[in-house]
Unconditional design. Structure first.
Length: 177
């Protein structure tokens, strides 16, 4: 299939809770094709991450990763990861604010608070379990993508209704780099 259509805010599929990937999918061609489509689509759109519901696939699968990204010129590189059935929890209580965008909310940015540090558990495409601690930008991207699996989009989490706008306007007026 390759590059898929990315659903935009307003489409009801973005608001549903995605299902756990069942045991008998691990190692399957079906799951592998979904992962390829997520990476192909993410790359085509210069995304930092992409979750399966954004391409109208109601499963708890997401991909993250980027080298230098023109949409986030100040962000550090992010290693490529495929997260299946992810579960995350905060480490400590510290929250940090940052501006986010989303391929399903094109052209807009908003300021959102996220946990600074998280513990992340997930399964890989073969079904093996992994645990890792993430912080700062990497933790932010995973929290944003994980929200998609629960039907949550970043405008639901704005620090203020005023901390939201079109990327080019915010840049022109010095609110984001
Ligand atoms: Ni998003």
């Amino acid at each position: 299939m390759g590059i898929r259509n990315v659903l935009r805010i307003g489409h009801p599929a973005l608001r549903r809770r995605a299902e756990e990937v069942p045991d008998d999918w691990f190692g399957s061609q079906r799951l592998q094709e979904l992962i390829y489509d997520l990476f192909d689509t993410k790359l085509a759109c210069s995304g930092a991450g992409l979750a399966a519901p954004q391409i109208d696939e109601p499963w708890r699968v997401l991909v993250v990763g980027m080298d230098h990204n023109p949409r986030y010129p100040e962000a550090p590189p992010l290693p490529e990861l495929v997260l299946i059935n992810p579960v995350l929890k905060s480490i400590g209580k510290e929250l940090i604010s940052g501006w986010e965008g989303c391929l399903s909310v094109p052209g807009l940015r908003g300021e959102v608070q996220r946990w600074q540090r998280i513990q992340l558990k997930w399964q890989d495409r073969e079904g093996a379990y992994h645990t890792e601690e993430l912080q700062d930008f990497h933790a932010r991207v995973v929290q944003h993508e994980n929200d998609h699996l629960d039907g949550v989009l970043f405008p639901d989490r704005l620090t203020s209704p005023l901390a939201f706008g079109f990327t080019d306007e915010l840049q022109a007026h010095g609110r984001i780099p």
